[in-house]
Design a protein around this ligand. Structure first.
Ligand code: HEC
Length: 117
């Protein structure tokens, strides 16, 4: 029983660091990364956390993030920046790392081919 419990705990915490959610259905209240939608899942993250700086005539870093073409075309750079350590000056957004589920969704969407869905 103890062994079972330990392996269950391992599975649950694994979801935060690995890609276990690709292999197992998400736990209730967990992070659903199966078939991530650009419009209903990625856009709200961008709008609430990135677009305030990354849009307009002079977007931060010369990079606007308000269209599918721009987000999908810069996805490797985006993933690099959102996964940096909290004390890294290159972390995006600076000093205010996204929650683990948002990061997992962006990575899963990229693996799924960054569709405009
Ligand atoms: C408070 C303003 C602000 C917010 C919010 C913000 N950024 Fe940035 N971002 C910047 C600035 C300023 C730069 C340029 C300096 C640098 O490269 O670190 C930048 C640079 C970048 C770059 C590198 C651009 C390049 O090609 O060199 C990426 C990628 C990026 N941001 C992604 C994001 C993502 C994704 C989010 C949301 C999760 C985000 N940023 C949120 C201000 C912001």
């Amino acid at each position: 029983m103890r062994l079972l419990l330990l392996s269950l705990l391992g599975l649950l915490s694994g979801c935060y660091y690995d890609n276990e959610q690709d292999l197992y259905p998400p736990a209730p209240g967990g992070c659903d990364t199966v078939a991530v939608s650009y419009n209903t899942e990625i856009v709200p993250i961008m709008n609430s956390r990135c677009v305030s700086c990354h849009s307009g005539g002079f977007p931060a870093g010369g990079l606007a993030l308000n269209t599918h073409a721009l987000v999908s075309g810069n996805i490797a750079n985006i993933i690099d920046r959102i996964k940096r350590n909290p004390d890294d000056v290159l972390l995006m957004p600076q000093g205010a790392k996204l929650d683990p589920c948002s990061i997992q969704k962006i990575e899963a969407w990229a693996r799924q081919g960054a569709p405009n869905n």
